[in-house]
Design a protein around this ligand. Sequence first.
Ligand code: PLP
Length: 366
Amino acid sequence: MQVTDAPFDWPLPDEAVRAALEAAYRDGSWGRYHGPHGEGLVEDLRAKFASEHALLCSSGTIGVELALRGCGVSAGDEVVLAGYDFSGNFRAVEAVGARPVLADVELESWCLDAKALAEVRSERVKAVIVSHLHGGLAEMPRIRALADERGWAVVEDACQQPGAMLEGQPVGSWGDVGVLSFGGSKLLTAGRGGAVLTGDAQIYQRMKVSAERGNWAFPLSELQAAVLRPQLAKLDERNRKRRERVATILHATAGLDEWLRPIALRKNAEPAFYKLAWSLIPAESDPDLREELIVKLQASGVPIDVGFRGFTRRSARRCEKIGTLDCSERLSRSTLLLHHPVLLKEIKTAQQVGQVLDHEVRQLAS
Ligand SMILES: *Cc1c(COP(=O)(O)O)cnc(C)c1O
C-alpha cells in the first residue's frame, strides 16, 4: 500500500508569491532596508490577530526571546514552560538569564496543563510560555485567569498555529505577547522570519528597544514581507481545508484505540495544523516500536516523523520540575507527527494516508 502523491513539497507553487517577487524586483524594494512590504505586513498582522502592535523579527525563536524581554524577564527570574515543548523555548529562557520551571502537559492536547500550572508556587516566576502544539490548543481562558491572579505575564507561542481560533478569539492574541514563525516549514513561510504581537504599549516599547542596537538586530527583510502578504490572504481558506483533511484521516484511523491516540480537538476551537499528532501508546514502554513504524510509514509515502524530545531529562542544575512530568515523558517517547503539506492535497490522498496508517499499525499490533 502506497500514498500515490508522495513526496509532498513545501512551499507550494504560488502565482501570487511569484507576482510579489517580480514586483519587488521591478520596484527595487528587494534591496532596501525599509519599505511598503514590511509596513503592509505589520498592518495585516495587527488586523488578523486583533493586536494593537506587531513587530517583525528574524525567527520565532528570537520572537520568544524578545517577548520574554518585553515582559521584563531578566536574570534571577523564573519562567514556566511545558515539559514537552519546542527546544528553542527552553534556550530562550536561558538566553535572558532566567531559570526554566517545567510543568506537565495534558496527554490529550500536547499543551501545557492548566492544573499543573496551578501547582507552581515559586515567588520568582515572572512569566509562562504557552505553546499551541500539533493541532492541540492550550486551555487559554483558564491559563490567562491563573496568570492574572498570580501576576505572571503570558508568552503565547503560536508558531505552529497561525490563523487558529479559540472561543472566537485569534490564537496569538490571548497572551501578553503572541509569537509567530515564518520559518521554511511553517504554514506562513519566508524561509526564515517571525513576528511578535502585543496589545501592551510598554511591552511593545521594551521589545523594540531590545532589538535595536544602533541597527535593527533581528530584521525581517522587505523581500520576506513581500512573499508573506499573499500567503496571509490565503491562510483561512487553507486552514479550513487542512481541518477537513485531518477529519478524513482521523476517521480512517478511528478503530485503533489501544494503539493510537490522536490529538483531542478542543470544543469551540478552529485549530491550524502545522503537524498532526498521535501518540503510539505502546511506544511509551517500548520506543523501538515507534522507530519501526515510522520507517514503514515513510517507505509507504506517509510524511511522518517523531515528536519533540521534551525536557523531562534535563538536569536539576538547569531547571526546576513541578511534579513527575509523567505526561511530558510519555509523549516524548510516543509522539508521531504528520507534516502539513499532505493536508492541502485531494481528499483521496488523505484517505490513503489514513488507510496506510491504519494498516501499518495493525501489522505492528499483530
Ligand atoms: C518552529 C517553532 C518555533 C520557532 O520558530 P523558528 O522561526 O524556526 O525559530 C517556536 N515554537 C514552536 C512551537 C515552533 O514550532
